[in-house]
Design a protein around this ligand. Structure first.
Ligand code: NAD
Ligand code: DAU
Length: 360
């Protein structure tokens, strides 16, 4: 078995579904079910006995130790985190609690379990930490993409908390010999992406006839990767990655936010035209910028390609088409996650931006 943390979230649930469809091993899925965790993402494996869901916190070291002793997983794949940059600006404490203290507790539990293992289980055990390209900070227009040797320069409470967790993982390898692997990935998109993030938010708002909010001038650049390509990369690193190493994962798809939004509008115009006519582009609205907004991210993914023979399968064009179609086919999923808490977040984040913009 493997233990996955955060397997009811966006990337974690895609990973669990992919894993169970491709591997014979089972998954223990430990998730706190915060606003971002959603068991309906895992509906397809509800009757699969290889999937054991545990509702709990990675910060509960005793619980994690108990799970490790009981199920004896050969690896931990650690996704659980607070993941939204804007939320980290409004309330950083939860990010420190889960991303830093939670990862620390998880590492302690993993060390305690791994130390007591005997060969060959001890040699084969892996702790794979899923992290982000945001730890490297922001690139200028002509800077080369982030490589694994770039200095850490996190700029938001979210990226600072992820950077801290990366450093803890590194330290547990160097100090205690814990067999760790770290991946730093660029922006993901695809099914089950929570509609507080740019791509699913734009699709949901477009369909609901609401404004499509563009922060600042919309010329910030992100490097987009289809989520199933990320899952395949993680499986490859888990299988063949060198211990203590970090691997950057990206899609070689740098796009300005405004271009991404235009693409979404154009696809929606084709697949689900507005009843009143005209293009969804007419709903685009410029709002106040994100404080400390990183201008550009881009990943140099040559190391994982060279060493582990991984390359993305999807282009941005194929991946974004599949994504829009998934959201059109799963409107009930979107409606279900747009609960009371979601509405409060939308008011908090966007009403303030509107008034800041009007004052400017
Ligand atoms: P998400 O917010 O969609 O899901 C996070 C999951 O973690 C949720 O199911 C939530 O319930 C769970 N969780 C939160 N706190 C927990 C705790 N204390 N104990 C147990 N479970 C907890 O996040 P995501 O977008 O799927 O990201 C997953 C991981 O990948 C994160 O570590 C993130 O930093 C990293 N990452 C994300 C992206 C991206 O574009 N989304 C890119 C690179 C890296
Ligand atoms: O780079 C990897 C990171 O990508 C992950 O580590 C994070 O967990 C993930 O959330 C994502 O972070 P971003 O901040 O890049 O993603 P988000 O979808 O929130 O925003 C993408 C870009 O779109 C960013 O430049 C901000 C902008 N944006 C976002 C929202 C929600 C808008 O212009 N309007 C919006 O309403």
């Amino acid at each position: 078995m493997i233990l996955v943390t955060g397997g009811a979230g966006f990337i974690g649930s895609n990973f669990v579904l992919d894993w169970l469809s491709q591997e014979s091993e089972g998954v223990i899925n430990l998730d706190k079910l915060t606003y971002a965790g959603n068991l309906s993402n895992l509906e397809a494996v509800r009757n699969d006995e290889r999937h054991v869901f545990v509702h709990g916190d990675i910060g509960d070291q005793a619980l994690v130790e108990k799970l490790l002793v009981e199920h004896k997983p050969r690896a931990i794949v650690h996704f659980a985190a607070e993941s939204h940059v804007d939320r980290s600006i409004h309330g950083p404490a939860a990010f420190i609690e889960t991303n830093v203290n939670g990862t620390f507790a998880l590492l302690e539990a993993a060390k305690s379990y791994w130390t007591k293992l005997e060969a060959p289980e001890r040699t084969e055990f892996r702790f794979l930490h899923v992290s982000t390209d945001e730890v490297y900070g922001s690139l200028g227009p002509s800077d080369p993409p982030f490589s694994e040797t770039n200095a850490y320069e996190p700029n938001s409470p979210y990226s600072a908390s992820k950077a801290a967790s990366d450093h803890l993982v590194r330290a547990y390898h160097h100090t205690y010999g814990l067999p760790t692997l770290t991946t730093n990935c660029s922006n993901n998109y695809g099914p089950f992406h929570f509609p507080e993030k740019l791509i699913p938010l734009i699709i949901a708002n477009a369909r609901a006839g609401k404004p499509l909010p563009i922060y600042g001038d919309g010329q910030q650049i992100r490097d987009w990767l289809y989520v199933k390509d990320h899952c395949a990369a993680i499986r490859r690193v888990l299988d063949s990655g060198r211990l203590g190493e970090t691997y950057n994962i990206g899609g070689w798809n740098e796009k300005a936010n405004l271009d991404v939004v235009h693409t979404l509008c154009d696809i929606l115009d084709q697949l689900a035209p507005r009843q009143q006519g005209g293009s969804y582009r007419e709903q685009i609205t410029y709002v106040a910028d994100r404080p400390g907004h990183d201008r550009r991210y881009a990943i140099d993914a040559r190391k994982i390609e060279r060493e582990l023979r991984w390359k993305p399968v999807e282009t941005f064009e194929t991946g974004i088409g599949k994504t829009v179609q998934w959201y059109l086919d799963n409107t009930q999923w979107v409606q279900n996650v747009q609960s009371g808490d979601y509405m409060k977040w939308m008011e908090r984040n966007y009403d303030q931006r509107d008034s800041e913009r009007k004052q400017a």
